[in-house]
Ligand binder design. Structure first.
Ligand SMILES: Cc1ncc(C[n+]2csc(CCOP(=O)(O)OP(=O)(O)O)c2C)c(N)n1
Ligand SMILES: [Mg+2]
Length: 275
């Protein structure tokens, strides 16, 4: 069966509601093209989201969708995957959803190695509620709740997920759309917890507060600051802030949760039969 990109999108919901220059739509387009490219049946795909501008992403997909509470996209995704191993489950989250209110679900989904693909469109702030700082807002940056600079230190999401046990971890940007598609395709094909961070931009709040000059300038700056892991590692420590490694950052084969759970179930049944 040939599936077209448009089969994955709800035409009646378009155009989307995101601001001009927002990166979220670029990510949705890439996900739809990847699902079509892999030929994953629309009715075998589940997209879970939380709350936020990117939390609206599920609205545009014709797949199954579960629009949950803020920060809980991975909790819902974990539940779906645990009972329906044949489904392809994707959690689409903003940085607030994934790493701030939802940080606990992120580390535990990675630790359990749930067979889920988590995609974070990280625009460094809470876009939906007016640009407050999140756990990925860099130190010193201005937001509506840090008018004189963010006093906190930001998470490096990819390092966080590697540390928590994630087996496939990658980073990309809205400029590198073909690379984004390749990484998302590989993430979906990976058996276990896969994580893709998209370094996105929010020109409406974060960009405006930090005088970053609009969407085009923001994407140009993201492109400028993105580099290969090898090149990034060669930078002296003092030159690293603002720059980041992109591409596939970590790949490790691990047994996923559902496989382990089935093994435990089998052991329990065998021991029950013997006794
Ligand atoms: C439990 C709870 N706390 C707070 C909120 C308010 N709220 C809605 S969206 C949001 C932040 C969304 O930020 P992010 O996940 O980064 O998505 P973005 O809007 O930037 O795409 C917050 C704090 C909420 N809906 N539920
Ligand atoms: Mg955000």
């Amino acid at each position: 069966m040939i599936v077209a990109v448009t089969d994955y999108l709800r035409q009646d919901k378009l155009p989307h509601l995101w601001c001009g220059g927002c990166s979220h739509g670029v990510v949705v387009g890439a996900v739809a093209r990847v699902l079509a490219g892999l030929g994953i049946p629309v009715d075998k795909t589940v997209i879970t989201t939380g709350i936020g501008c990117f939390g609206k992403a599920d609205d545009y997909f014709a797949t199954h969708a579960l629009h949950g509470t803020h920060g809980r996209a991975l909790a819902f995704a974990s539940g779906v995957k645990a009972v329906s191993d044949d489904l392809t489950v994707l959690a689409l989250m903003g940085d607030g959803d994934a790493a701030t209110i939802g940080g606990n679900h992120l580390i535990h989904a990675a630790r359990r190695n749930m067979d889920i693909t988590a995609i974070v469109s990280n625009n460094n702030n809470y876009g939906m509620t007016g640009g407050q700082y999140s756990a990925t807002t860099p130190s010193g940056k201005k937001t509506s709740t840090s008018r004189y600079g963010n006093p906190e230190t930001d998470f490096d999401l990819c390092s966080l997920v590697v540390g928590a046990g994630g087996g496939f971890v990658a980073r990309t940007t809205p400029f590198h759309v073909r690379a984004m598609e390749k990484l998302i395709a590989e993430a979906i094909s990976y058996r276990g917890f896969s994580f893709v961070e998209v370094v996105s931009c929010c020109p409406t709040y974060y960009g405006r507060y930090n005088r970053e000059g609009g969407a085009v300038a923001m994407v140009a700056s993201i492109k400028e600051r993105a580099m290969s892991k090898e090149k990034f590692n060669l930078l002296p420590l003092e030159a690293k802030p603002g720059y980041f490694p992109m591409g596939k950052l970590h790949l490790e084969e691990k047994i996923d949760f559902n496989t382990r759970y089935r093994e435990v179930q089998q052991k329990a049944q065998d021991s029950h039969r013997e006794s």
